[in-house]
Ligand binder design. Structure first.
Ligand code: NAD
Length: 489
């Protein structure tokens, strides 16, 4: 069943998505399918095949043997194949980007950037995979050679959510492949087709059979099957803290290495001396990108008293000017939320904040519109006990509160158990150093947004999880060090 999503501007077709197991696209053994909806309309646009336990078993069997092959391909040759896949992704940007928009909602220009980002991540890890150096250790005897090497972990199971169908999946795929691992990835059932097109790009680039496999299914069933399987050696999950905790517990039980990229509630501390125009522009861009459905989205804006009113005014004007609409419409600055769960969750959080005394400056649900639209929203003077100050809103809502002293700002920035991304703005070197020293987070960006590039570490601490998905740190997550000592006879 291939369906068409149409706008007043242009029509695109959206395919049904199958599983890619043991080198072929196939339906699930149980014949089960789930529907895929376009969040801009709420209409069903396609279907996704769901794996039965026997399909998952087949994927592990094929993946294990693929690992034996791929881990012996030289890093140089692995890089050539990955580089080819990156080129194919770039060539197919105009085919893949509309799939992302139709299944996830984001504006087509953001979808195109996501495809290009996937290519860039692939290129970067392809190259970095050639630099996974070991070392020779000075031995205690002149007749002993002592060598430590970095080795691929084995077959990896990856789990990715719906907010960046390609962006999330490629971090798991490219890192695993560059390290010499094979991977079975479960992408969110709500956003399957773009990821399938990306997998096809790797196949067309010549990736050996079953090194990369794609599954969908009942999330709990798929994760328990793969995590507990003795032939799966590493787990990499991106999603909510609640699910991450469960998967970590299961991985612990089976002694599996884990990377957990979980929720955030990023503080953005803005001192009155900052370049307010640049701060407003950059932070609003970051906040409303992907309709705020990003784990590193700035959420708790902490503005120094003297600048608070000006900041709220400018930021709200900027938010109010954002055009919401079907992401296929090039005029749309922000698409719908990815699913109806987000609309009800955000509405409840905002209602609660207002009931607790917060002021709603602009925004709220886009009532009377088809699809899952929500206006860019600004809340101010939100009490600390309101739910939205404690739970990740994961949507286009900025909470703009105030502070009087730097210590007060840091205390609020560090109050939550989440510690993923944080942002700071100031022209004063002492304030910058203070933030750098005291804000507790896995990532901190000051006076710009420098997060999320392929070459930089990406990950959180505490309730935001552990492990990295960027930079050389990410490759080490998918490898183990092996030590060999040889004494000559
Ligand atoms: P959810 O927690 O049920 O699902 C989050 C993701 O995890 C989905 O992709 C889902 O398919 C997957 N998942 C759920 N149970 C799983 C399991 N047992 N095994 C493997 N995967 C499983 O909720 P949701 O409504 O989809 O999203 C709600 C919250 O999730 C958001 O508010 C946000 O906090 C978080 N989230 C985070 C990210 C991120 O980038 N860190 C992305 C999407 C969602």
């Amino acid at each position: 069943m291939a369906q068409t999503a149409s706008t007043h501007l242009r029509s695109y077709s959206y395919p049904d998505t199958k599983l890619f197991i043991d080198s072929r696209w196939r339906e699930g053994a149980g014949g089960d399918w789930a529907q895929v909806k376009n969040p801009a309309t709420g209409d069903t646009i396609g279907r996704v095949a769901l794996a039965a336990p026997s399909d998952l078993e087949a994927s592990v069997r094929a993946g294990k043997s693929a690992y034996e092959t791929w881990s012996r391909v030289s890093a140089f040759d692995r890089a050539l194949i990955m580089r080819r896949a990156a080129d194919i992704l770039r060539e197919r940007v105009s085919e893949i980007a509309p799939l992302i928009t139709m299944e996830q909602g984001k504006p087509i220009k953001e979808a195109r950037s996501e495809v290009m980002f996937a290519a860039e991540v692939t290129d970067w890890f392809a190259d970095e995979g050639r630099r996974t150096y070991g070392r020779a250790i000075p031995a205690r005897g002149s007749d002993v050679s002592a060598i430590a090497t970095m080795e691929p972990l084995g077959l990896i199971a990856g789990f990715t959510p719906w907010n960046y169908p390609l962006g999330q999946a490629i971090r798991k795929i490219a890192i695993a492949l560059a390290a010499g691992c094979a991977i079975v990835i479960k992408v969110a059932e709500e956003t399957p087709a773009a990821a399938a097109a990306m997998v096809q790009a790797f196949i067309d680039a010549g990736l050996p059979a079953s090194t990369l496999q794609l599954v969908f299914g009942d999330p709990t069933q798929v994760s328990s099957h793969l995590i507990s399987h003795p032939d799966v050696r590493g787990i990499s999950f991106t999603g909510s803290t609640v699910v991450g905790r469960k998967l970590t517990a299961m991985a612990g039980q089976h002694l599996k290495r884990c990377v957990m990229e979980l929720g955030g509630h990023a503080p953005a501390v803005v001192f009155a001396d900052a370049d307010l125009e640049a701060a407003t522009e950059t932070l609003a861009g970051d906040k409303f990108h992907n309709a705020g459905q990003a784990c590193i989205s700035p959420t708790r804006f902490l503005i120094e008293d003297a600048a608070h009113e000006r900041f709220v005014e400018r930021f709200s004007a900027r938010a109010g000017a954002i055009q919401i609409g079907d992401g296929l419409d090039p005029q749309a600055d922000m698409g719908p939320l990815a699913n109806d769960r987000r609309v009800s969750a955000l509405t409840a959080l905002i209602d609660d904040a207002v009931a607790q005394g917060a002021r709603l400056v602009t925004g709220g649900p886009a009532t009377g519109k088809r699809g899952y639209f929500f206006h860019p929203t600004v809340l101010t003077d939100v009490p600390v006990h309101a739910r939205i100050m404690n739970e990740e809103p994961f949507g286009p809502v900025a909470i703009i509160n105030r502070f009087s002293t730097a210590s007060e700002a840091i205390a609020e920035a560090n109050r939550l158990p989440f510690a993923l991304a944080a942002y700071g703005w100031s022209r004063d070197a002492a304030q910058i150093a203070f933030m750098q020293r005291h804000i507790r987070s896995g990532m901190l960006s000051i006076n710009h947004n420098g997060l999320g590039l392929p070459e930089v570490p990406f990950g959180g601490i505490h309730d935001s999880g552990y492990g990295d998905e960027g930079g050389i740190e990410a490759l080490r997550e998918m490898m183990f060090s092996r030590f060999v000592s040889v004494r000559s006879q």
